[in-house]
Design a protein around this ligand. Structure first.
Ligand SMILES: Nc1nc2c(c(=O)[nH]1)N[C@H]1C(S)=C(S)[C@@H](COP(=O)(O)OP(=O)(O)OC[C@H]3O[C@@H](n4cnc5c(=O)[nH]c(N)nc54)[C@H](O)[C@@H]3O)O[C@H]1N2
Ligand SMILES: Nc1nc2c(c(=O)[nH]1)N[C@H]1C(S)=C(S)[C@@H](COP(=O)(O)OP(=O)(O)OC[C@H]3O[C@@H](n4cnc5c(=O)[nH]c(N)nc54)[C@H](O)[C@@H]3O)O[C@H]1N2
Ligand code: FES
Ligand SMILES: [Mo]
Length: 895
């Protein structure tokens, strides 16, 4: 530590700190234009100059380190004079349209001109005019306003690592530009908006909203993003019942100021004219819908469900609740299903997603959740990213991976058949054949055990079943593993050594692990890898599923599953069953219910008669949708609760219009188990109701009174019934929320699981053989089809496609096909091709790219015109029944 004085006050600072940082510790404000704590100092703007006793000239405090005995003055006359001169110089080539500039009130230049009383500039006769450029989606640009602070260039380089902006030209002509002045869309921009978020002036701004609002006229509401499981904190800027723009605060976890394109620009769907605005009902699905009052609709639902329960018994009903909805809503959905309908036929979209993570991690560690927090990624020395296209599906988590590699020197092992963006960052890329995860990981385990790289101490003390594991993986020599997976032996050995050679090895994975016949097995294999190397139970280690939906962690935690109540208390455990039966005032069924795919089978068999589907669109997003739609059509009664008229809603008897996440209070739980508050920002659209209110209305109409004044009362009930949530209430969740388990009202939460012991006691090393996928390419269908996500759109597209700015960036689907295949089939980029599987066929444009593995093609499932799931099919995870979306066999023909 060194001691120095600033404006006469003494302060201690680390020798690596700058004068600016030391001043901030004292609460002394120094003006800055080019400084950002996330970026390396550049010293470009000279606003932060201070006087240091004995120095020959003023120094930039943001770039000057402290030293022992330094005497700094931040407000001396010469400092003030220098800052004023500086402002005059900047102002001399800045347009003076402050009255109409959208940045007014937030512009740092304007603020400092006012503070330093600079009214005009001696260096100019006439300010230049604004030079507006709104040719790019989302982002508005005016290079005449640029002050060349370089923050946009640096944040794009240093945080987003995308390198889109650069200084171009020299002298007075210098400006910020993309390479060759290409439009952002063609320059490789991912529209994260980081550049916009740091611009101190009006040079880069979010496109002005249709409705105008000055910063002092807008309310800032903190809430949680409704897209992926990272669960970024958002600040909504609201005026007169409308959201004008979305930003993020650099202090808020887990994203600390970063957002992706959907978080920042994907908010306009809520005011789409397609929003459902009143209940719709009909007797039969071949009739048109008619508008109904809420009374009539709720009465009808209650009557029908009571009739079906009476005639066919409770198990003729099934409910799917929404991982887009809140914890409170999911809790009520399963309470309704169990207490009112009397069945455990309850599921959510985790079934088609990370169901195998819940099953696999529970089998290995005892708890189905991520073991560590997202912040841990940055400090890892080795990262395995398997089956996660992180930069597209969890973009803000990907920033942490990029930072770990580029700035902190971590080694990255990517396991993925596709050449995803993270491959550029990888030390080793294991490009396996789709569906061969278990074989590949067994191969890694083989090398580790054979070379004695395992952590014997950890294995002895904290795991069981090492002998069986050793026997099984003995077969998976590098040669044999290469044969099955297509990954070169040397890479398998190299990856095994890298991962086993660290005490800070962290595994992050996605659906490329779970959506397979051997999905749960794949997850258990990854757990084996963490367990035999002792890379679990500490910071910067562990095994971490990047959960998909904003609240899929929460919907599972809330018991929206067929076999458990909240936090995985088993329905067939007599103690849990008694506890919930008493709390809810009825005898609850103890037999685990149907999983989602079993519901469709039972419906086709005529045994399941009614379904209640909340915020979920399986008629598009389930695999083999012909089968799913036939099952839905056979139901006597289908209720769908939605924002939009989805394909599933089109098969319903009753459609109930619900509020979306901007419009409600409640909580979401992100992929790291962090429970956070959602704050209502705008009123419910006329005619709609909150999901939780609708459930209460139906239950009450069925003779089971359910009344809550506010979602916080539901959370209080959850906390009473769930030890892990005992310490949680809405008040405590303000700010960054809490990571469960939170055992009491003073408990700080638990970011790292399994520190001293696993939830199940010892960690289980599961001995697993490789099981091939259900449907492999053959002569008739010679290509693998693997499916997944694209950055700009989200699942069924019902929300993301309804954002005009985003839609203008990405408005159609294409199939990715490797040049080898393309040549053989005479297909060029832009050609329309027909893709056929044993279950269906579709037409789509082709894009020839090396991103696809030879022998495989890739499709997303976001565009209704290209119903990918007519193709996917027949495989299912052996334990969780998750569809094998990542492997089926297809043929491709030019049309
Ligand atoms: N932009 C965007 N973001 C999203 C979503 C969205 O729709 N759009 N959806 C959200 C949801 S619900 C989820 S669950 C997450 C999913 O996020 P991810 O898990 O990242 O999603 P996917 O793109 O489906 O699949 C990931 C990767 O698995 C790879 N893969 C395929 N087969 C195999 C295999 O056999 N082994 C291995 N190791 N890898 C394989 C694919 O090539 C792909 O790169 O994303 C969430 N975030
Ligand atoms: N081919 C292929 N298919 C896949 C996958 C794949 O990788 N490949 N991935 C699968 C995965 S991981 C998942 S999670 C599923 C996702 O499948 P879905 O859950 O069906 O997809 P979403 O688009 O998230 O649909 C949620 C629906 O909820 C509605 N909604 C949003 N917010 C609210 C709300 O607050 N209240 C109500 N009532 N409704 C709301 C939206 O309008 C939307 O229609 O798709 C699966 N399908
Ligand atoms: S803030 Fe220090 S030079 Fe710009
Ligand atoms: Mo998902």
């Amino acid at each position: 530590m060194v001691s120095l004085s600033i404006d006469g006050k003494k302060v201690e600072a680390e020798p690596s700190q700058t004068i600016l940082q030391a001043a901030q510790r004292l609460g002394i404000h120094i003006p800055t234009l080019c400084h950002d704590p996330r970026l390396a100092p550049s010293g470009a703007c000279r606003m932060c100059v201070v006087e240091v006793e004995g120095a020959r000239s003023l120094v930039a405090s943001c770039a000057t380190p402290v030293s022992e005995g330094m005497k700094v003055s931040t407000q001396s006359e010469s400092v003030k004079r220098a800052r004023k001169l500086n402002l005059e110089l900047i102002w001399s080539h800045h347009p003076n349209d402050c009255l109409t500039c959208d940045k007014t009130g937030e512009c740092q230049l304007q603020k400092f001109m006012y503070e330093y009383d600079v009214k005009t500039s001696r260096f100019v006769e006439q300010n230049p005019p604004p030079r507006p450029d709104d040719s790019n989606p989302g982002i508005y640009r005016d290079m005449n306003k640029c002050i060349l602070c370089g923050k946009c260039v640096r944040i794009c380089d240093e945080v987003q690592d995308q390198h889109i902006w650069a200084f171009s030209n020299r002298g007075m002509q210098t400006s910020i530009a993309t390479a060759f002045e290409k439009p952002l869309k063609d320059a490789g921009c991912v529209f994260c908006g980081h550049c916009v978020s740091v611009c101190p002036v009006g040079a880069l701004m979010d496109k002005p909203a249709a409705k105008k609002g000055r910063p002092w006229e807008t309310r800032k509401v903190r809430t949680v993003c409704c897209y992926c499981g990272v669960g970024c904190s958002l600040i909504l800027h609201v005026k007169g019942g409308e959201v004008l723009k979305v930003t993020a605060d650099t202090h808020d976890a887990p994203n600390y100021g970063s957002l992706c394109v959907k978080g920042r620009y994907g908010f306009e769907f809520y005011k789409s004219p397609d929003r459902l605005k009143f209940p719709l009902i009909r007797d039969r699905i071949d009739q048109p819908f008619r508008e109904a009052s809420w009374n009539e609709a709720i009465g009808l639902v209650a009557r029908k469900l009571m009739g079906i329960r009476q005639k066919y018994g409770p198990d003729a009903f099934g409910c799917l609740s929404s991982s887009r909805g809140t914890n409170e809503e999911n809790y009520l959905a399963q309470k309704f299903t169990r207490a009112v309908m009397g069945t455990n036929n309850m599921d959510n979209c985790a079934r088609v997603c990370h169901g195998p993570s819940v099953t696999g991690l529970r089998a290995s560690l005892g708890s189905g959740a991520a073991t560590n927090s997202l912040a841990d990624i940055e400090g890892a020395e080795v990262l395995i990213v398997s089956g996660s296209n992180t930069t597209e599906a969890h973009p803000v988590a990907a920033l942490k991976i990029k930072k770990a590699v580029r700035q902190n020197g971590a080694k990255l092992i990517v396991i993925d058949p596709r050449e995803i963006e993270l491959v550029q960052y990888a030390t080793v890329w294991l490009r396996l054949k789709p569906g061969t995860n278990v074989a590949l990981i067994n191969g890694l385990l083989h090398v580790i055990l054979k070379e004695g790289l395992e952590n014997r101490e950890f294995i002895r003390q904290r795991t069981e079943n090492i002998d069986m594991l050793q026997q099984i993986v003995a077969q998976y020599t590098p040669e044999k593993t290469e044969e099955i997976t297509g990954v070169p032996q040397e890479d398998i050995v190299k990856a095994a050594r890298i991962y086993a050679g660290t005490r800070k090895g962290m595994i992050v994975y996605g659906l490329g692990m779970t959506e397979h016949k051997a999905g749960s097995h794949g997850v258990m294999s990854l757990a084996n890898l963490a367990l035999i190397t002792g890379n679990v139970g500490r910071s910067n280690t562990g095994i971490n599923p990047l959960r998909g939906q904003n609240n899929v962690q929460g919907s599972c935690d809330m018991g929206a599953l067929p076999d458990v109540y909240t936090c995985y208390q088993k329905v067939d455990d007599p103690i849990a069953n008694k506890k919930f039966s008493e709390a809810w005032g009825c005898q609850l069924p103890a037999k685990p219910g149907l999983k989602e795919p079993q519901m469709y089978r039972e419906a086709l068999a005529g045994k399941l008669k009614a379904m209640y589907i909340i915020g979920y669109d399986p008629a598009v997003t389930q695999a083999n949708i012909h089968h799913v739609r036939s099952a839905m059509k056979k139901l006597d009664f289908l209720v769908v609760q939605e924002l939009f008229m989805t394909e599933t809603a089109k098969l319903a008897h009753v459609v109930l219009p619900a509020g979306c996440f901007f419009e409600k209070d409640g909580t979401f739980t992100n992929a790291e188990r962090r429970v956070r508050r959602l704050n209502q920002a705008i009123p419910l659209p006329k005619g709609t109701k909150h999901d939780w209110e609708i459930i209460c209305l139906i239950a009450s109409a069925m003779g089971y009174p359910m009344h809550y004044h506010h979602p916080s009362e539901i959370m209080d009930e959850i906390a009473r019934l769930t030890s892990e949530f005992t310490g949680i209430d809405f008040k405590r969740l303000e700010g960054d929320g809490l990571v469960w388990p939170v055992w009491d009202k003073n408990h700080p939460g638990t970011p790292i699981l399994h520190k001293d012991t696993f939830t199940r006691g010892k960690g289980r090393l599961n001995d697993l053989l490789y099981t091939p996928s259900e449907e492999l390419p053959d002569d008739d269908y010679p290509l693998y089809l693997t499916t997944g996500r694209r950055l700009y759109h989200y699942n069924n597209g019902s929300m993301s496609l309804r954002n005009p700015e985003i839609y203008s960036i990405s408005s159609e689907e294409f199939v990715e096909i490797h040049p080898d295949e393309a040549e053989r089939l005479d297909i060029k980029t832009g050609d329309t091709v027909r893709i056929k599987s044993r279950r269906g066929s579709l037409e789509v444009k082709a894009r020839v790219t090396r991103k696809s593995r030879p022998g495989s093609v890739f499709l997303s499932f976001h565009f209704p015109e290209v119903p990918t799931n007519v193709l996917t099919g027949p495989g299912e995870d052996l334990l969780a029944l998750t569809p094998e979306y990542k492997v089926c066999a297809v043929k491709v023909e030019k049309t």
